[in-house]
Design a protein around this ligand. Structure first.
Ligand SMILES: Nc1ncnc2c1ncn2[C@@H]1O[C@H](COP(=O)(O)OP(=O)(O)O)[C@@H](O)[C@H]1O
Ligand SMILES: [Mg+2]
Length: 313
């Protein structure tokens, strides 16, 4: 799986001949397996636009997007080229160009890049949880029984088997979100994109969801891309962070380097994870040589022990 965005722009017409760019000159490669990316930035900085461009829910105004995935043992290249006037789509197999078409099947693309919206509750529409989870695979597999099998398997994996016969509209917020995610996962995407998935969840549901994403990333080797404002989540789960500012990528790299980059933190008004804040305070108060860039309790303890010795455990 490879995603490559080159000089991608998306503009909205504000008034006569006046454009506002939601994303601007985006150059981005996502092609390692096992990536766990957090996209952060102010409200309105273009985060939701960027992820919707990835699976062609939004079409760029200018730029080139190339997405490569395996389908039926073929390498498939999905290309979108936009010139400001026209958008061209092309799909090619094993690098042999198949002629440009006005529109190619989006099914394949969306099967490989699954997008969970900010309030995935709105993505649920079937009368039972089982039917809802089956919807995607039924579409791709064209086989009701296989789709059902797939849905039951995913439900087991996500610990929601007891919900399968229920109406999705009877569920709690956390359960609904899980059902919506299960629905997307049932199509077996290699890349799972989630737009602010933890907003509005209680702490237990939030941790449950994040641990599940971690499992998908580490055990199932899926690439996870989440949009979040929560720096504790970034600190603990993300490997790579992308910071958007006014539609542009201001930073793309490791979370460590991001938190150490004062310019990025200040310009984008980013917070530090709570653990980093506590360690920074201790470092100042105790005047000790502490590495404050630790993102979970265990690592913070180890670092404190290293500096203060076992007596202070
Ligand atoms: N349908 C639309 N029409 C006009 N402007 C839009 C539309 N959708 C988004 N925008 C603008 O594009 C910019 C980026 O929006 P968005 O991607 O939703 O940001 P974020 O997810 O970071 O909050 C914002 O300034 C927003 O107002
Ligand atoms: Mg958004």
């Amino acid at each position: 799986m490879g995603i490559n965005l080159s000089e991608v722009n998306l503009a909205y017409l504000k008034e006569k001949k006046q454009y506002k760019y939601a994303i601007k000159d985006i150059n981005l490669r996502i092609d390692n397996e096992d990536e766990f990316i957090a996209i952060v930035g102010h409200t309105g900085s273009g985060k939701s636009t960027l992820v919707q461009v990835l699976n062609n829910l939004l079409v760029p105004t200018f730029g080139h997007i190339s997405i490569n995935f395996r389908e039926n043992n073929n390498d498939v290249y999905y290309n979108i080229k936009a010139s400001g006037k026209k958008v061209k789509y092309a799909i090619s197999k094993d690098n042999i160009n198949v002629k440009y078409k006005a529109r190619v099947s989006l099914k394949a693309l969306r099967k490989h890049i699954g997008l969970v919206f900010q309030f995935p509750e709105y993505q649920i529409f079937e009368e039972t949880v089982l039917k809802d989870i089956m919807f995607g695979p039924k579409n791709f597999l064209r086989d009701e029984n296989k789709a059902k099998e797939e849905a039951i398997k995913i439900a087991e994996m996500m610990n929601i088997s007891d919900l399968l016969d229920k109406s999705p509209f009877m569920l709690s917020g956390g359960q609904m979100r899980k059902v919506a995610i299960a629905g997307i996962l049932a199509s077996k995407p290699e890349v799972l994109v989630l737009d602010e998935p933890t907003v509005g969840l209680d702490p237990i549901a939030k941790r449950d969801l994040l641990e599940f994403l971690k499992y998908l990333n580490e055990v199932e080797h899926k690439t996870i891309i989440i949009i979040t404002h929560d720096m504790d989540v970034v600190g603990e789960y993300a490997k790579r962070t992308i910071v958007l500012n006014k539609g542009c990528i201001m930073y793309d790299g490791s979370k460590d380097e991001m938190f150490k980059n004062d310019e990025v933190i200040k310009t984008c008004n980013l917070n530090y994870p709570n653990i980093v804040k506590i360690l920074a305070n201790l470092k100042k108060k105790l005047n000790i040589d502490l590495d404050i860039y630790k993102y979970n309790i265990d690592d913070a303890f180890k670092e404190l022990n290293r500096v203060l010795g076992d007596n202070h455990e």
